[in-house]
Design a protein around this ligand. Structure first.
Ligand code: SF4
Length: 450
């Protein structure tokens, strides 16, 4: 059973554990091999402030061990806000009268991707609502057009659950990660929040990652929408979901996102179960320690200061410069937003802020294009083999950004980050190869990676 509700509910209501129990789990977590559901539940049950600091530090250590200092940056591209589902918390929901609807044409999607490319982005996440009029063929046409007519190196897709056949077509079009969030794994709450539309079917959504893997997606992205139900239940269920994929397919979830419910225009006015900043940090740390190979994704829903804390607590990916409206980059269609973002900074500012935090911003897309995906990626990451690739590819993409897209005012700090990143490569043979690739970039070649 993918989600054993009774078992997870029991674990989600464990009493405050003893300090000794928490320390024992943290000791086991330091091996960076992951945690059992029971161990994750002990960490989530702990409310002791002193232990919270230790938990964050352990998560940061494990993150550095598996992925080095790199923090991957990407942008979402909203294709369409047409939707026939009734999600009570979403401004795009069907029947939401006041919302202006828009579906980008393939040409418009290309224009949006080019606007992101001009900022320096190399990876984009296409996001779309659920409406059969803008279904698989539409999404595939946008994916293909972006690959054919822009310099985007990888296109990921966040799209409604589909059957295996359509997922196979999406994969064949070149989609990298397939992402779909369960929102809440707690079925009664799920049913209350999704009163109509195809999304009403809890199991069709829950099982989509199995179908995606059967369709050839090695990399899938999961996540709860925090704030709909008790966070301990949904965090444990998310970990259980990833463990299920690992047991069945040999690959953990490639990414785990941590969106917190925010008021949407015409959506819920109140968050049903608020998740505090401290709780969000704890969730990120527990995800990092439980599923060390997963990218933990923090979005611009969260304010800049908190995002800076989250990247020191195990988060590894940040969206940047996000507009949650179709046409929001090239056309500035802010009035069509799905939800309001909090971190409004552009890519250059986010890059600089990551550097200022002593970390290494990365625009890398290498693994998706070299076949380090699925079980291979999970295996290498758990074995500790990814850190050197991530570090070197971050240096290369940052150098390329410096040469092509960097604006005055950030150049010096980015140059220093490139030098520091290079100095941080311990393997001398690998370092020599990295220097050669950096030279190639200087000479005008592009898209260098390991
Ligand atoms: S090397 Fe792979 S895991 Fe590391 S940043 Fe690049 S794509 Fe991601």
């Amino acid at each position: 059973m993918l989600i054993d509700r009774e078992n997870i509910a029991g674990l989600a209501s464990l009493p405050e554990p003893s300090e000794a129990d928490v320390l024992l789990v943290l000791k086991s977590a330091s091996k960076a091999k992951g945690l059992s559901l029971e161990e994750a539940a002990i960490l989530l049950a702990s409310r002791e402030p002193g232990l919270a600091g230790l938990l964050s530090r352990r998560a940061a250590e494990v993150k550095e061990k598996v992925f080095g200092k790199r923090i991957v940056l990407f942008a979402p591209l909203y294709l369409s806000n047409h939707c026939t589902n009734g999600c009570r918390y979403c401004g795009f929901r069907g029947g939401s009268g006041g919302v202006a609807r828009k579906a980008l044409s393939a040409d418009e999607a290309v224009r949006e991707a080019k606007a992101l490319e001009a900022m320096g982005f190399k990876r984009v996440l296409l996001v779309t609502g659920e409406d059969p009029r803008w279904g698989l063929d539409y999404i595939v046409s946008c994916v293909r057009a972006i690959y054919e007519r822009t310099g985007m190196r990888i296109v990921h897709v966040n799209a409604p659950p589909m059957d295996t056949g359509p997922l196979r077509e999406l994969k064949a079009a070149g989609a990298g990660v397939y992402q779909s969030f369960q929102e809440t794994y707690h079925r009664p709450t799920y049913e209350e929040m999704h009163p109509f539309g195809r999304k009403k079917d809890y199991h069709f959504r829950l099982d989509v990652m199995d179908r995606a893997m059967e369709a050839g997606f090695g990399d899938v992205g999961i996540g709860p929408l925090l704030g709909l139900y008790d966070y301990r239940f949904d965090a444990l269920a998310t970990i259980a979901h990833s463990l299920h994929l690992y047991e069945k397919f040999g690959a953990h979830a490639h990414t785990i996102s941590i969106p917190r419910l925010r008021p949407a225009e015409d959506g819920l006015k109140e968050v049903p179960v608020r998740v505090s900043d401290q709780e969000l940090k704890k969730i990120v740390a527990v995800f990092r320690l439980s599923v060390p190979s997963a990218g933990i994704v923090a979005s611009t829903r969260e304010p800049a200061g908190l995002r800076a804390e989250l990247i020191h607590t195990g988060a590894t990916q940040l969206s940047a410069a996000s507009r949650t409206s179709p046409g929001g980059y090239a056309g500035k269609e802010a009035s069509l937003e799905q939800f309001s973002t909090t971190d409004h900074r552009g890519l250059a500012e986010v890059i600089k802020s990551v550097v200022d935090e002593g970390l290494l911003p990365s625009l890398c897309t290498a693994c998706y294009r070299t076949g380090r995906t699925g079980g291979d990626f999970t295996g290498r990451t758990i074995a500790g083999e990814m850190e050197k690739f991530c570090q070197a590819n971050a240096v290369l993409t940052l150098k390329e950004y410096l040469l092509d897209s960097c604006t005055n005012g950030t150049k010096e700090s980015i140059e220093r980050a490139v030098d520091k990143g290079l100095a941080g490569v311990a393997d001398q043979g690998f370092k020599k190869a990295l220097v050669e690739k950096l030279d190639a970039l200087e000479k005008g070649e592009r898209d260098q990676y390991f």
